[in-house]
Design a protein around this ligand. Structure first.
Ligand code: DQA
Length: 141
């Protein structure tokens, strides 16, 4: 099973960015742990701060992978383009957030991803990504 985690803007700063909200671990450290945990999976990771690069990656994997775990970060709340890309592709997308966006500012309650996502996982810290992987695995049983 081929799954990709796609992270949007500022998530390259995990570990040093607002640790009270996003925790202390870098994504690279987390990703190497999760890769070990799911050694049987083909797990990939892509991060960009650039909206068009995220759309290019969604289009590239969106007809060939088995699942996309997308934390579009701030673009979640603003990007019609990413929303349209998700609508266009065939691979199921799980929208993920580290923080509970619904307990934060009102502008974070809006998502252009959610209407076309298979599901949404938010507020479990980095474990949100793990739960998204598990949702793909339990699907196949
Ligand atoms: C985030 C929540 C977004 O509102 C924010 O802009 C982010 C991260 C999260 O993972 O909690 O950058 O997607």
């Amino acid at each position: 099973m081929k799954i990709i985690i796609i992270n949007g803007p500022n998530l390259n700063l995990l570990g040093k960015r607002e640790p009270a909200v996003y925790g202390n671990i870098t994504f690279e450290a987390f990703f190497s742990k999760i890769r070990e945990k799911y050694a049987d999976l083909e797990l990939e990771y892509f991060q960009s701060n650039i909206e068009g690069e995220l759309i290019d990656k969604i289009q590239e994997v969106g007809y060939v992978y088995d699942g996309i775990i997308l934390n579009a970060a701030a673009y979640t709340h603003t990007s019609v383009g990413i929303g349209d890309a998700i609508k266009a592709i065939q691979v199921p997308v799980i929208e993920v957030h580290i923080s509970n966006v619904y307990s934060r500012e009102k502008f974070r309650h809006q998502s252009y991803i959610a209407p076309n996502a298979k599901g949404i996982i938010a507020g479990f810290g980095m474990n949100s990504y793990d739960l998204a992987i598990q949702s793909f695995l339990t699907d196949t049983i």
